[in-house]
Structure formats: structure tokens, C-alpha cells
Design a protein around this ligand. Sequence first.
Ligand code: API
Length: 325
Amino acid sequence: MSTHAVPVEKYHGTGNDFLVVDAGEGVGDRSAFARAYCDRETGVAADTVDGPIDGAGEHGDATDDAADSAGRRGADGVLFLEIGERYRPTRVVMTLVQPDGSTAAMCGNGARVVARWAHDRTGDHEFMIDTQAGTRRAIVSPDGTEVTIEMGVPRFDPTSVPVDRDEPLVEEAIEGLTVTAVDTGVPHAVSFLDGGRDDPDGIDAVDLDAVAPPVRHADVFPQGANVNLAAVVDAGGEGEDGRDDPAVIDQRTFERGVEGETRSCGTGAVAIAAVARRLGLIDGDTAVTRPPGGELRITVPDDDHATLTGPVAREFSGRVAADPR
Ligand SMILES: N[C@H](CCC[C@H](N)C(=O)O)C(=O)O
């Protein structure tokens, strides 16, 4: 059993918040670490860590932070990162361990946080992020506050998601929701409803914590699924200047591994845009999704990789015990 202290940094992307730990810090039981420190009632907060860590600023130094998730105790996961600065561009191997102790192959907002963390360390603006779903290129904006990730091509085929079907699962009734299944690095079920956030009977009227678990655990998803509710607010398409205006889509996501709703989900945003495009619900191939924690910009060109863009903010740093027991 190891009792040494481990430097941690907290970041969030549109309210999807993560602890970042250097993989070389020797955390033995990563699942136990994530279960303890991600807990929303007893997990880590700026005032519970010993800090700040060397060269990483003071507690609460994230003056760029706009979302109201800053200061929330716990996190949506722990990113264990290994940075390879001898490569050009710099590579980062990313492993996301979730609050239930499981590992997710990919995480869009997590990857955005990874790029910002690597930017804060190196000053570089381009990175290759190695995930269990493949290598993803990341670009950090000139001022460091926004990150774009190349997300791969969304896949509907049953083997990729996976779904227990011979054909893609499209607009099928699953446990009370009408669902389309897509792989954006992790499995997603997407259900479009009629009303957006402004509609009193729209997506915010749904009790997601009640509706999502039966879909998340449905037999048709052998590895489970993240469950998204979406509503098209504006279909986008050609604007007055002849260029495509992005579609606007309200988003809510119940995440596997968190086993609850998160303030934002990047792979979910890409899944929603890809399904909207496939079902002909939006006119162009660009969309803005509006999860509770902010706004994400997505492109889903036909037969090409999708992209995900949005803000990332740094919350605080400090040290926690490697073994939380
Ligand atoms: N929040 C993440 C998704 C994590 C995926 C994970 N919840 C799973 O599939 O088990 C995102 O921004 O894409």
C-alpha cells in the first residue's frame, strides 16, 4: 500500500470536469482513486487538497473559468496522462477512469482537457492524443482557452457501436425512448424529442435519471450505452451570406460510468450531430449543441472525421493521497 501524495489538477470543459494525474505518479489502484476522489459528496475540492503544486499556480487560479461547475466537489472522471515530448507534435496517452472505477475508451471533453493540460505544460498548440479508440489530433486556440478535437468518423454499423443487431439500430423503440445508436469512440443512444430547453414540455421536462438507465442497460447494448436526449432548435443550413449557419440542438446526456447526467458530453454532442444528419433533421454538416454546461461546436462531414470544439478552463491544483483509504 502506497501513502505518498500525488499532484492533481482539476479542469473542466463546458462543465464536464476531470482530475488530471500524471501517469508516472504511481497511483496503484486507479479505480479506487477515481471512486474516492470523483465522489460528488466526499470527493476532491479546491479546499480539500494540499497545494498548490509546484509551478502550477495557486488554489482557485482559474480566473478564466466561466461555468458554474467551478468549485463543485468531485469530478466526472480521472484522466491519467503520459506526455511524450520527444514526438512532434507532442503525444499524450490518455486513460479515463470513471467515477464507478471503469475505464472509458474515449471522451471528447476529456480529450479537450488533455490538450489544454498539455498546452499549459509545453506552450504547444497541436497534440496527438492516444486513446483506446484511436489517435486523435487536437488543436488549442491561440489564446489557449478553446480546443478542437478530430473525433474520427461516427459509425452506425452494429459491430462498431456495438449493438446486438444485424443492421444499424435507427429510430427504434428501446425501453420507452425512440433511439438511434452510434459509435463516436464510445457507444451512444440518441433520442430526439420535440421541444428544446425553452419548451416547458421539452427535454428539460424529462426525468432523465429515471428514463435513461433502462436504455443504458438494454440487452441490445452488450457494452451499455450513454443515453442522449436532443431537440433541434434550429435546423441551420444556408444563411443569408451563402455560407452554412450551424444547426442549434439542445442536449442532455446520461453517462455510462458516471451513472448519472453530466453537464456536458463531447462524444455525445458528436453522436447527436451525426444522428441529426443521418435522420435529415439538420440541413448542413455543422451544429452547435447546448448541453447544460455550455456550448459545443461540431462538424460531421459525410465520410470524413467529425470535429468537436469548445472552451476548457482550469480550476485548481493540489496534492492528494495516492491511496485514498
Ligand atoms: N464525457 C465524455 C464521455 C465519456 C464516455 C463514458 N461515459 C463511457 O462511454 O463510458 C465525453 O465528453 O465524451
